[in-house]
Design a protein around this ligand. Structure first.
Ligand SMILES: [Zn+2]
Length: 390
């Protein structure tokens, strides 16, 4: 399954219909949140009865209303999983008007047609809405209509057959360590620096926030300030996504197998010092994009990858501030993140199918030796330089 996103251009009349659909979804959502004991089947049954009591609900696509019930069920399940894993959780909140930004048509009630030069999305009970179809879509399973900063989008979910790759070369593999100072450092000693869009736009964001807080809530000027703030956030989001696309493209073109850290962002975000940066780095997006672009990706447990020595496996404890890995056991001196990425690569190889595994431990060793030589060279040239200066 893959999601594609297309911009919609509804007329004013259609936009009103879309907004009413959003509000109706919200109404149904809140109605069932008031009945927390109902199971999915109960809710589905109750929905048909509800439609008899509230005949205005007949004006909306029946599958759309059913999907609301599924969404509640999904949220409850997700909440249970969190609770089981020991996270603190609250209740599922009632949807406020500003939160209800999407509704979903599943399996039926939609089609895409071409009329002259324009593409149109037909939605049952709503009509034909112009959309910008920038790629062909087939086997559509579901369409979600999304409102974002007064723009409308259709998220089209398609069934995609698994791509088959004829050949995966284990030598074309890479381990990637993601970080805050650098976005990534890989086992070929290539780094991508972190753009940190949010940090850069912090000033305009703060200004926009201040402006919003000075204005009376609900007033015209307040609404204007709010829209501006949303536009700023959207810009950051788009830049971040664009960056994630470029980074994932780079890796998936260059390598066949990509070893990535398994991220526990939820835990990291709790650490408030790191939180903004973690969210800002967009590792999650990068990972998702890489996973669908690359021939093969493997999740690696990141435990101890920054501590263990990539050559002799001895543990070299160090704080986050220490940027160089220096092993007393084997004398390896390399960049801390580079060391981690080599560990990720080596660990990842253990999970490869046997036939893909042959080359490596030796190769990794050789790579780290190469790096050490170049580090030493830099050091010796620096000392040469300082000698000359003296
Ligand atoms: Zn060592």
């Amino acid at each position: 399954m893959r999601n594609y996103r297309f911009r919609l251009y509804p007329t004013d009349h259609q936009e009103r219909k879309l907004i009413v659909s959003l509000e109706t979804s919200r109404w149904v959502y809140n109605y069932f949140l008031n009945h927390p004991t109902m199971s999915l089947q109960d809710m589905q049954f109750a929905l048909t009865e509800l439609k008899e009591e509230e005949p205005w609900l007949q004006n909306f696509h029946s599958k759309m209303l059913q999907m609301v019930v599924h969404r509640i069920d999904g949220s409850r399940k997700a909440l249970k999983v969190l609770q089981r894993n020991g996270h603190k959780t609250g209740k599922i909140a009632f949807a406020k008007s500003k939160d209800s930004n999407s509704f979903t048509y599943n399996q039926s009630g939609f089609k895409i047609v071409r009329h002259g030069n324009t593409d149109l999305l037909w939605l049952s009970k709503i009509g034909y809405i112009q959309l910008r179809l920038h790629r062909l879509v087939q086997h559509i399973k579901q369409i979600t209509i999304l409102r974002e900063t007064n723009e409308w989008y259709a998220i089209i979910c398609c069934e995609v057959s698994n791509r088959l790759f004829t050949f995966i070369d284990p030598r074309r593999s890479v381990g990637i360590d993601v970080g805050i100072t650098k976005f990534s450092h890989d086992s070929d000693n290539h780094t991508i620096s972190n753009p940190l869009y949010l940090t850069k736009t912090m000033k305009p964001l703060r200004r926009a926030n201040r402006r919003l807080s000075r204005r009376r809530e609900g007033s015209n000027n307040w609404n204007k300030a709010k829209t501006w703030l949303q536009i700023l956030h959207q810009r950051i989001k788009r830049k971040r996504r664009d960056f994630a696309h470029k980074a994932s493209h780079y890796y998936s073109q260059k390598y066949d197998i990509i070893f990535l850290e398994r991220l526990h962002t939820l835990n990291m975000v709790k650490n408030s010092h790191l939180a903004r940066h973690v969210l800002d780095s967009g590792w999650g997006t990068f990972k998702t994009l890489t996973e669908y672009k690359a021939k093969m990706t493997i999740d690696v447990n990141p435990k101890n990858t920054s501590v263990a020595c990539s050559r002799c496996a001895r543990n070299v404890p160090k704080s986050l501030a220490v940027r160089i890995h220096k092993c007393d056991g084997c004398g390896l001196v390399i960049d801390r993140d580079y060391n981690a990425s080599l560990n990720i690569k080596r660990r990842g190889f253990c999970f490869l199918p046997q036939e893909l595994r042959e080359v490596t431990p030796v190769e990794i060793l050789r790579e780290s030796m190469k790096q050490e030589e170049s580090t030493n060279m830099v050091e010796s040239s620096q000392s040469l330089l300082s000698c000359q200066l003296q």
